[in-house]
Design a protein around this ligand. Structure first.
Ligand SMILES: Nc1ncnc2c1ncn2[C@@H]1O[C@H](COP(=O)(O)OP(=O)(O)OP(=O)(O)O)[C@@H](O)[C@H]1O
Ligand SMILES: [Mg+2]
Length: 207
């Protein structure tokens, strides 16, 4: 209990606002407390979602899935901080760790050397292997939803922007979608880059 309080305190320091636990047991911050300077100091990423997402709890579902993915694969997932709640009580977005890097959209992928591409691929495969073994999927795997950053010359990935998960059949669907994407990715992305097929690639094909 004490460690949980400490964690909340650190988060409150980071966000400069009060964190509450709501009826769903989620950490929430009021919209009026969300501070724009987060966007400038590279520490917190603010994600606002469209009103169509408020109904049906899709914001909650996305954040919930991100939390579960982070619990299972913290090294490969952006850290979720808190849901943002408006005056009407709608979840309108969430706050998370800001990654000092860029997503893997096509132009950026082309800049990768084969060694780095191999490393990135291996991390994607490891992350998805971990998640799927626990019955959880990302569900919206895409180059734009994987962020790469460098530390001491080494490349690392973090997953962002998962599909919502509100019930068990969502997890099953998300895993199916991940497998489809992994299969296509492993040919169109990596073969082009002259990366040799490794056992990890074969493992991914069998997901
Ligand atoms: N935590 C983060 N750190 C760094 N960059 C991020 C982060 N979250 C998002 N980005 C960048 O912003 C882009 C868009 O973010 P995101 O994928 O969450 O939204 P989206 O695809 O527009 O939303 P959605 O599909 O949920 O409607 C990402 O492709 C990535 O480049
Ligand atoms: Mg996205």
């Amino acid at each position: 209990m004490e460690s949980r309080n400490n964690m909340n305190l650190n988060l409150e320091d980071l966000l400069g606002a009060q964190i509450n636990i709501d009826k769903n047991g989620m950490k929430v911050i009021r919209l009026s407390d969300v501070k724009l300077p987060y966007l400038n100091n590279n520490s917190v990423y603010v994600k606002r979602l469209e009103p169509t997402y408020f109904a049906g709890d899709l914001v909650y579902g996305e954040f919930r899935n991100l939390c579960r993915i982070h619990d299972i694969a913290p090294d490969y997932t952006v850290a979720p901080y808190a849901l943002i709640v408006d005056k009407q009580g709608h979840y309108v977005g969430y706050l998370m760790e800001a990654v000092a890097g860029e997503d893997l959209e096509i132009d950026k992928r082309k800049l990768m050397l084969p060694g780095e591409a191999r490393e990135v691929r291996s991390q994607i495969v490891s992350a998805m292997g971990l998640l799927h073994s626990k019955g959880i999927g990302h569900g919206d795997l895409d180059y734009s939803n994987i962020v790469k950053y460098k530390k001491d010359g080494q490349a690392y990935i973090k997953l962002i922007d998962p599909a919502p998960s509100l019930r068990r059949k969502d997890d099953e669907r998300n895993i199916r979608e991940d497998k489809k994407w992994l299969k296509s990715m492993m040919s169109d992305y990596w073969e082009d880059r002259d990366v040799r097929f490794t056992s990890q690639w074969k493992q991914a094909k069998n997901f």
